[in-house]
Write a protein that binds this ligand. Structure first.
Ligand code: 16G
Length: 243
């Protein structure tokens, strides 16, 4: 880093120039993922810029999710996660999507049991008064990296015993002869709130994709309402369009 010439003839604001240089250092591997960034004081010394300028450059990189600040131990370069291309036209499961790419999936369970439904679940699943649902809420990981938070609600006649789901929900439904064959999916953008950000290992306010899937059995019966929160930095959605 010391050998770098920090400011170029470029006449943009100094913190923007510094931010760009740090980003270049990260992109070229001079500052590899998970390594620590020199402290504010060191950067002031190396670059001859003011503390305010250095702080502003760092703050921007933190906001962009490039750098992570840990209390008491400084700033670190975040590991960039490989993006996943996801088809928008196939009713596949997370486990199938990841294993078709040779990735290993895991889930951290946040909730799994029989519960009273929310108003949204009552409406989407056309539940009758007092009817309970199976709810499965988990953090979904691929190759050890958290990609999505997923909360599924299913009527009890579709999934009577949520504890049975240890890895794949669709696999269990398949075994029960109740795998959905059709689905409607709605995607919207959001900023990830603090609690979800911590679970997904992204900065608070990072871009996220809110995906709601309602799927149906062959006979038209609603099988699930699943609300997923996908990391915005991890997915590219792809659909083939025809005239
Ligand atoms: C996908 C589905 C979700 C489904 C889950 C089953 C989206 C946005 N959502 O994540 O609705 O419940 O797969 O996955 O794609 P599993 O069989 O691996 O548990």
């Amino acid at each position: 880093l010391r050998s770098e010439s920090w400011l170029t003839a470029d006449n943009g604001p100094r913190y923007v120039q510094l931010r760009r240089r740090l980003q270049e250092g990260i992109d070229t591997g001079v500052l590899p993922p998970k390594s620590s960034l020199p402290s504010e004081r060191e950067l002031v010394e190396i670059t001859d810029l003011s503390r305010v300028t250095v702080r502003k450059a760092i703050q921007e990189l933190v906001q962009e999710g490039v750098i992570e600040q840990r209390q008491g131990s400084g700033s670190f370069i975040r590991e960039r996660i490989p993006r996943v291309e996801q088809s928008l036209t196939h009713l596949t499961s997370f486990t199938e999507d990841m294993s078709s790419r040779g990735m290993k999936t895991a889930s951290k369970w946040l909730e799994r049991g029989v519960f009273a439904p929310t108003q949204e679940e009552i409406a989407a699943l056309s539940l009758s008064e007092g009817e309970q649902i199976s709810r499965i809420y988990r953090l979904r990981e691929a190759d050890g990296r958290p990609l999505a938070l997923e909360k599924a609600a299913l009527p009890l006649d579709i999934l009577p015993n949520p504890i049975e789901v240890t890895t794949s929900l669709y696999e269990v439904l398949d075994r029960l002869g109740r795998r959905p064959v059709r689905g409607v999916q709605k995607i919207s953008a959001l900023n990830v709130a603090a609690r979800e950000a911590e679970l997904l290992d992204v900065p608070e306010g990072a871009a996220g994709l809110n995906i709601e899937r309602v799927s149906f059995l062959r006979n038209g019966r609603v099988a699930e309402l699943t609300r997923s929160l996908y990391r915005g930095d991890a997915y590219d959605f792809v659909a083939e369009l025809r005239l």
